[in-house]
Write a protein of this length. Structure first.
Length: 114
């Protein structure tokens, strides 16, 4: 079992940055990859970014070039540096950890609005 706790969401103006973080606890040695997904109003949950233990990164097509994922394995944490935020980035952002199964955090709200 793995527990994931996100923090760092909030309200930001268009064009601004935000850096949510996620801390994992429990059986973290079984984690193969960590990342972020999001679900906007009326939308399906979609991939934002994921990073494997070997450092392989995959970004969703709508965030590539603006968002950067990073991990701190010593802290069992994953971060998402979000730059040049747009109103369409407004969503609940969920932390994800993959091993034999997937685990999800409770989500953190990101709202991009002037």
């Amino acid at each position: 079992q793995v527990q994931l706790v996100e923090s760092g969401g909030g309200l930001v103006q268009p064009g601004g940055p935000l850096r949510p973080s996620c801390a994992a606890s429990g059986s973290t040695f079984r984690i193969n990859a960590m990342g972020w997904y999001r679900q906007g109003p009326g939308r399906k949950r979609e991939l934002v970014a994921t990073m494997s233990n070997s450092g392989t990164v995959i970004y969703g097509h709508s965030v590539a070039g603006r968002f950067t994922i990073s991990r701190d394995n010593a802290k069992n944490a994953v971060y998402l540096q979000m730059n040049s935020l747009k109103p369409e980035d407004t969503a609940v952002y969920y932390c994800n950890a993959r091993m034999n199964s997937q685990y999800w955090g409770q989500g953190t709200q990101v709202t991009v609005s002037s």
